[in-house]
Design a protein around this ligand. Sequence first.
Ligand code: ARG
Length: 252
Amino acid sequence: MKKLVSVTLVLCMMLSLAACGSSSNVEGTAKKGVLVMATNAEFPPYEYHEGDDIVGIDAEIAAAIAQRLGCELKIEDIAFDSIIPAVVSGKADIGLAGMTVTEDRKKSVDFSDSYASSSQVVIVKEDSGITGLGDLGADSVVGVQTGTTGDIYCSDDDSIGTVERYNKGMEAVQALTQGKLDAVVIDSEPAKVFVSENPGLVILDESYTDEQYAAAIRKDNAALLNNVNQALAELKADGTLDAIVAKYISAE
Ligand code: ARG
């Protein structure tokens, strides 16, 4: 009996190790049964600081995935443009950061199935007179968070004058309130949070692009990709994902 128990224990451990980690990463995080998530916790309601904790939709999704994989979750808060490098180098197992699936990023990492849709929106001052993207002329100065899709689209948009890059979306929004910018381009849900916290700002009706969020996983880690997709499918099917989203985003 004792033997059976220990064999079962060893089997369980092996299974959970396989679930957490990758074949290429057995010596690292996987061995410890830890799922390391890289994020940038400046992005409410997806990830942000609450006291000493990092909370939000992505943090809870990651916790639910880790639980299903039998791993402990460890969250690393880093610059947004360091997340893909962290995943590629194996420092992190998963990048979960309201990260938009793009063809360019797909060259470096694999993406899980999508768990949310979003769009890039434009925040302006209430009295700016700017009513649409067409009003952002050649003299305009637009703020973005470095390395985000907002940054990429604005930098590619010849109708915009100058793109100012900030480490945090919130810093761009503050620069807008101080009159240093004409607009900020950022994801729709953080935009709503930032506008609610900074009086005098509005979000234009016209949105810039539609996007899908997914988890970034190292390319040679098909086992983890499969496990994450399976966990996501379960979270969608049993209502957990909807419940997490509803906790942070009130239905309009
Ligand atoms: N969705 C945008 C992108 O993928 C912005 C994501 C920013 N996320 C963050 N945690 N700061 O580029």
